[in-house]
Design a protein around this ligand. Sequence first.
Ligand code: GLA
Length: 333
Amino acid sequence: MNEILNRSLCKTYANFFPIGAAVCPKVIKSHRELLLKHFNTVSCENHMKFINIHPEEKKWDFSPADEIVDFAVANRMKVRGHTLIWHNQVPNWVFLDNKGNEVNRDVLLDRMEEHITIMMQRYKKQVYCWDVVNEAAEDKGADIFRQSKWYKIIGPDFIERAFEFARKADPDAILFYNDYNCTAPEKSKKIYNIAKRLKDHGNLIDGIGMQGHWNIYNPSFDRIMDTIDLFSSLGLKIQITELDMSMYLFEDATKEFKQPTDEMIWLQQERFEGIFKIFRDYRDIITGVTFWGVADDYTWLDNFPVKGRKDWPLLFDIQHKPKKAFASVVNFD
Ligand code: GLA
């Protein structure tokens, strides 16, 4: 068992796909050992998002993202760019003129183009792929598109325009559409349609990012495989971009657990084992698996969907030790 727990995650998967983690400047210090041993790609958890990197029209704050990129380069890790166009964590100025009125389509397209171009050209050498558009699909009902400001002001072609700007800014970058709940049958069809439009309009897209904010109960292995089959039928690559495995069903608001129960630990191990088996089986299609965090001591799920509730969604525990789930992921024939 000790030998198994000593393995390196990314070395074990070297012949399959790179293994990534979302990080911030604090985490590249506090979780440095784990990062260097187990991960060969990073994403910025928050510091490449519009609101942080481009908070005002003429103000850019690149330094935290630069610090992460420098760390990756110094340690020969790849960098995923996350994310250019999203409805969340985008500052209000983007949608307003200097009198506080909503801008028109042309102004917003110019701002979109400038943002994408500056971001992608700055990190051209270091960032190999980008989540160009994040979460544009509507979860429920017949509408395909989320009613975001991007959608309302520009129209549904905001997605194509974003990908066109991205292709032009860095023709070598691999371009992804990224979303959550990809495995829900109706949403998977919407995402398929969004990607198909991009594919049909001059091959603007290279891959679909399935975020992978899953839990120990769902989605089912079959739904994961069906979704990968559906998306890859477009000739696109797939990355799992934000993997974590919550101990709670999404609807479950309980706060009763101070530590995970044996049953939770067992279920999590079983689920991680099963999904990594699927990822290995789809090695020709899956070109990266990134966790949304490194170890259980620092995870956004401690505040989502229930504020202040501890969760344990990753492969390393709060003391940075490999969990049983880790063993089940690195031990295979
Ligand atoms: C979404 C975004 C991520 C992150 C998570 C929650 O999945 O794509 O950037 O904000 O939510 O942390």
